[in-house]
Design a protein around this ligand. Structure first.
Ligand SMILES: *Cc1c(COP(=O)(O)O)cnc(C)c1O
Length: 375
């Protein structure tokens, strides 16, 4: 199998598995218990918190473990709405967000909040000046993703964050796709709230984190036994958290993945007539490529790739289920034909050049085949 769908999920890293295994077999105590063994489990969780605090250059008290990116996004958005509703009921986001953000914003709209959903240009980029223009005295939150999950395009996070800071507005970023692939310094970056997920970086599914800057008012998300400093109750997912931290420490070599991605991009654009890149070429995360190929549908190409043991996708895992054209590519102004002929390849450091070449060669044959059938 050639796995090129790392934006959907990643294979568990060996280092993550090794960190997780003892939490199932020996170190299985409830971290909240009082005996010695519980202290050991507690140290796993707190050690993981230290790993993230050090790696992100932030206070350890700013890290809250959650069940994943979706929960972190929901907590940031609903939490900010609750904490700040006295100040106002207006929020700003943008059209290419993940549905964890878009649907949370929709839910708030139904509760009487006003949400401005900004557009992007044909390269997938949000103009920070558009954020500036959309800000109002009653704007309580701006939520803009760090990197897009379908195209890999990076937004101008620091610029947008500075604009929010000047306006006294909270700034949340869904950093699930960028986290662990790019260096993020939370001491320097004007980010108030940040979401991340373990299974996108070689950790296990069902684990994530929300970072909160000191002084940001956010209510607890889940009430119960008071875990996670009383902010997110529920017995900690000790194995998941241990694996998340191990995967984060064992971060991939971004330069190597970028080189592999550039090689694949060059070959796709150079050797397949009518193949165009979706999203800007520079300013993207290392592993993600999104192309449209004239005269074929992404779905049918995927089937053929799949029969050869090659895993890619048409867009996000969620939209490919619904059969709807990608909301991300639509927001970039592309017509249905370009959207429906799109393919996403998301690479990791597990991939080799030989795998990439095999995939491009197969793709060339498939496209020629489909085109021959039409003509
Ligand atoms: C995968 C993903 C999420 C959801 O994370 P889960 O841990 O699967 O809930 C949110 N945002 C983006 C950008 C993602 O890629």
């Amino acid at each position: 199998m050639i796995y090129l769908d790392n934006a959907a999920t990643t294979k568990l890293k060996k280092s993550a598995l090794e960190a997780m295994l003892p939490c199932f077999t020996e170190n299985y105590a409830n971290p909240s218990a009082v005996y010695l063994a519980a202290g050991k489990a507690r140290r796993v969780v707190e050690g993981a918190r230290d790993v993230f605090a050090k790696g992100l250059n932030c206070r350890r008290e700013g890290i809250f473990f959650t069940s994943g990116g979706t929960e972190s996004d929901n907590w940031a958005i609903f939490g900010a709405a609750e904490a700040m509703s006295k100040k106002g009921r207006h929020m700003i986001t943008q059209q290419t967000e993940h549905h964890a953000v878009l649907n949370a914003c929709d839910a708030l709209r139904k509760k009487g909040f006003e949400v401005t959903c900004l557009g992007v240009d044909s390269e997938g980029l949000l103009d920070p000046d558009d954020v500036k223009r959309a800000l109002r005295p009653d704007t309580i939150l701006v939520s803009v993703m760090y990197a897009n999950n379908e195209t890999g395009v990076l937004q101008k996070i620091d610029e947008i964050g500075e604009i929010c800071k000047k306006n006294g507005t909270l700034f949340h970023t869904d950093a699930v796709q960028a986290f662990g692939h790019l260096d993020i310094d939370l001491e320097k970056s004007p980010i108030d709230l940040l979401s991340a997920s373990a299974h996108k970086i070689g950790g296990s599914k069902g684990t994530g984190l929300l970072y909160r800057k000191l002084g940001v008012d956010l209510p607890p998300f889940i009430y119960g036994g008071g875990q996670e400093m009383g902010m997110r109750s529920g017995t900690e997912n000790v194995p998941g958290i241990a694996g998340f931290a191990a995967a984060f420490e064992d971060r991939e070599d971004a330069a190597a993945v970028t080189e592999l991605r550039n090689h694949m991009t060059d070959r796709l654009l150079g050797e397949i007539p009518g193949c165009i890149l979706n999203g800007r070429r520079e300013g993207r995360i290392p592993g993600t490529i999104n192309v449209s190929i004239e005269g074929v549908t992404g779905e049918s190409v995927l089937m053929r790739l799949s029969s050869l043991g090659i895993c890619a996708s048409t867009g996000s895992a969620c939209t490919s289920q619904s059969g709807e054209p990608s909301h991300v590519l639509k927001a970039m102004g592309f017509d249905d034909r370009r959207c429906n002929s799109s393919l996403r390849f998301s690479l990791s450091s597990e991939n080799t050049k030989a795998e990439i070449d095999e995939t491009v060669d197969a793709l060339k044959d498939i496209v020629e085949d489909f085109r021959g059938m039409i003509n």
